[in-house]
Design a binder for this molecule. Structure first.
Ligand SMILES: Cc1cc2nc3c(=O)[nH]c(=O)nc-3n(C[C@H](O)[C@H](O)[C@H](O)COP(=O)(O)OP(=O)(O)OC[C@H]3O[C@@H](n4cnc5c(N)ncnc54)[C@H](O)[C@@H]3O)c2cc1C
Ligand code: FES
Length: 344
């Protein structure tokens, strides 16, 4: 088992063969900065100070070739080939102040928001879970793999709220929809993730949600409004058809309170005539917004949406560090070792 030294915290961990640096660090309870866990967002970008890693597929937005040649790696993709030492890139990381906890929780509500998205409410034993808006927790119930779900509530709320889309043939999302009832108990660990609200930012904000990706976006927007962030908020919500949209009343109420917040629902495949915008949500952003230099963009949803949006917003001048993305899918457990080798 290769040893990895995490220079930021002067600590060494063992990384089981074939496992990535990020997953070993998270398993060891370390708050390693990350977002998508799949080589798409760049939040886990780190400097390889010594040693060699395999670096399978990742998007060039997360790690462009010049940065890779310059000694940077993505911890969520990097599989050590021997002892290595790494330094994660420091950034504004308010989330690090909220310690990761393991806890039991009771289901206090389970109700459908759409035909395939369930709103699950949980009350954690002991103190309420503290987190930064946009972060997620890992839910574990017996017999199915633990999975990550983003909090949709204000961090000050007593109960946790999750929006869980039932993925066709998905093991955990199906079990949550079919099995969980009020009074049931499950294991929760968190908070995690660095795609959280940056409260120090004063420029405009673009927020783009696809499907249940609205969960962290709601938490971010409600917190921004509650904290008096007055800059323009431009919100896009994508769905296939009218029955896939939800949360619009909650967004309209926020927009009324804020004063400079617009909400644009976009349907990609409407089956009936509609007054809504149609097409892909990233195309609506491309058509509506000119220059995103100085903006922040928060986005969550399926990989196809976040990938397309990433391309659009970076082409419009958004700085890579101003993109905070959560990609809703199950990170691969089998690592393709046919990728690039990086050396430090
Ligand atoms: C940081 C993070 C936050 C997340 N937050 C949320 C959230 O708030 N709400 C939410 O609903 N989900 C969220 N997800 C996704 C969630 O963690 C699971 O990946 C999802 O519920 C599917 O798990 P499963 O066990 O049901 O499916 P699996 O058994 O893992 O997958 C079954 C099949 O479906 C495919 N698949 C997996 N995920 C998807 C998907 N999203 N769409 C289409 N096909 C898929 C798989 O490739 C596989 O073929 C988040 C994921 C991450 C990484
Ligand atoms: S690129 Fe590694 S967490 Fe997103």
């Amino acid at each position: 088992m290769p040893d990895v030294t995490l220079l930021n915290i002067s600590r060494s961990i063992e990384v089981p063969d074939g496992q990535t640096i990020l997953s070993a660090a998270l398993d060891a309870g370390i708050d390693y900065p990350h977002g998508c866990k799949s080589g798409r967002c760049g939040n886990c970008k780190s400097r390889l100070a010594s040693g060699e890693v395999e670096l399978p597929d990742h998007s060039r937005f997360a790690l462009p070739p010049d940065e890779r040649d310059g000694g940077l790696i993505l911890a969520c993709r990097a599989v050590p080939k021997g002892p290595v030492s790494v330094f994660w890139l420091e950034e504004e990381n308010e989330a690090a102040i909220y310690p990761h906890r393991d806890m039991e929780a009771e289901v206090t509500g389970a109700a459908l928001l759409t035909h395939d998205i369930l709103r699950l409410r949980l009350r954690a034993d002991g103190a309420a879970l503290r987190f930064a808006p946009g972060q997620y927790a890992t839910l574990a119930l017996p017999g199915v793999p633990a999975r990550d779900y983003s909090m949709a509530n204000l961090p000050s709320a007593d109960e946790l709220e999750f929006h869980i889309r039932r993925v066709p043939n998905g093991r955990t999302s199906t079990a949550i929809h079919e099995r969980l009832r009020v009074g049931d108990r499950l294991h929760v660990s968190g908070p995690r993730g660095s795609a959280h609200l940056r409260t120090g930012h004063t420029g405009p904000v673009l927020a783009v949600a696809g499907g249940s990706g609205l969960a962290p976006i709601l938490s971010i927007l409600e917190s921004a409004v509650a904290q008096g962030m007055r800059q323009p908020l431009r919100v896009y919500v994508g769905g296939r058809d009218e029955p896939d949209l939800y949360g619009l009343e909650r967004l309209a109420e926020l927009a009324a309170r804020h004063g400079d917040m617009t909400v644009t629902p976009v349907l990609s495949s409407p089956t009936a005539p509609t007054a809504r915008r149609t097409g892909f949500v990233h195309a609506a952003v491309r058509a509506d917004l000119a220059n995103l230099d100085g903006w922040k963009c928060y986005t969550a949803g399926p990989p196809v949406m976040t990938d397309a949006l990433t391309e659009v917003v970076l082409a419009k001048g958004l700085k890579r560090d101003d993109l905070h993305a959560d990609v809703f899918f199950t990170p691969e457990t089998v690592i393709d070792t046919g990728g690039i080798t990086a050396t430090g």
